[in-house]
Design a protein. Structure first.
Lengths: 209, 150
């Protein structure tokens, strides 16, 4: 009798273990699909945001870019500036969100109207920038700022090719990581590398038109 | 007493059973031409250090000690290798553009300097993977130079 119990017990546990093991795979898959889902959400929000932007364009000047916010460099820049502002505000959670949004808009950047050499540069820039934006979407704020530094370089190089609709200011903080630059729409210094700790550290290095 | 015995047997059986669940092994016979060591002139002591400390998770070839073939350790390891390779695969180094190489080198330097890499869960078992202060300096300096030469 006790032997029978034992055998039943063993079989039951073996079954549970196997189920647990296959659950592990299922869980990974589920996680993946959640990721996709959140990406899609970010996507959705993003296209909404872009709509707002493109409406803005319509009001200001009629440009063919304004026809669709998605895919134009201005949409990428806007997301970059939003991310910068989150870092200025020491807001880790918001920066995570905005990093994911930036990664999506970078992925949508339309490079078809540029020359072959420009296209290959842009592809390279985008690939690098996406990786940094993705890291920002899953890191603590110190790491976010590290990645933001290189991301800023990528954005500067992108603007050098695509140009910009608005005047941008390349700003520079000599203290962070041996000197680090970022882009801003405003001349005023608001330091994304230090946030409230040293909000006004830095100077305008260059005006980009 | 009987209950303890039953539980022990059950655990043992479960342990044996999970050994039969297949796992993808990260092993490859050939080293691609794009490997970090093949395209860069890496001093031999740095080569050894990178192989021991990094290549298990950041290349197509993991040196599996016996205990890493045992479940559930192997599952745990598999996840790390997958993630590690997607961040950085030394075997595919030269497929990256200079911009991406510079980005990766920056990350490599930061991670080694801050002690985030190699992972504590890895060095717990692989004591020889730990970077001494001297080794950290040496490798960081090499990576800095490489970055500047891009």
């Amino acid at each position: 009798m006790s032997k029978l119990k034992l055998v039943i017990g063993v079989v039951a546990i073996a079954f549970v273990t196997l189920t647990a093991a296959s659950c592990k795979d299922a869980k990974t898959e589920k996680n993946n699909s959640t990721d996709h889902h959140s990406e899609m959400n970010a996507n959705g929000d993003h296209s909404k945001m872009n709509h707002d932007n493109s409406d803005g364009h319509h009001d200001g000047e009629k440009k063919e870019m304004a026809m669709s916010g998605d895919g134009n460099p201005q949409a990428v820049l806007n997301d970059y500036f939003n991310l910068k502002d989150a870092l200025v505000g020491d807001d880790n959670a918001k920066a995570k969100e905005l990093g994911a949004i930036l990664a999506t808009s970078l992925g949508k950047l339309d490079i078809s109207k540029y020359t072959g050499a420009q296209q290959s540069d842009l592809r390279d820039i985008v690939e690098d920038a996406v990786e940094h934006a993705e890291h920002i979407s899953e890191s603590d704020i110190a790491h976010q700022r590290e990645h933001f530094k290189i991301l800023s370089k990528d954005m500067t190089d992108m603007v050098a090719i695509t140009g910009t609709e608005n005047t941008l200011y390349q700003q520079f903080c000599p203290m962070y990581d041996g000197g680090s630059a970022w882009l801003s729409m405003s001349e005023d210094i608001k330091n994304p590398y230090y946030g409230s700790k040293m909000l006004t550290c830095g100077k305008v290095q260059k005006e980009i038109n | 007493m009987k209950a303890v015995k039953i539980i022990a047997i059950v655990l043992l059986v479960a342990f044996v059973v999970i050994q039969f669940i297949p796992v993808d092994r990260n092993q490859s016979d050939s080293v691609p031409k794009t490997d970090f060591m093949l395209v860069n002139d890496v001093p031999s002591d740095i080569k050894d250090k990178l192989r021991v400390s990094c290549y298990d998770c950041h290349s197509n070839n993991t040196q599996y000690p016996w205990y890493n073939k045992v479940q559930p350790v192997a599952w745990f390891l598999e996840g790390h290798i997958k993630e590690g390779k997607s961040e950085l695969n030394f075997n595919e180094w030269d497929a990256l553009s200079n911009r991406r190489k510079a980005s990766k080198l920056r990350s490599i330097i930061k991670q080694i300097e801050s002690g985030e890499m190699p992972l504590a869960s890895y060095t717990l078992i692989h004591k020889d993977a730990i970077f001494s202060e001297e080794e950290t300096k040496q490798v960081v300096k090499y990576m800095e130079n490489l970055k500047d030469s891009l």
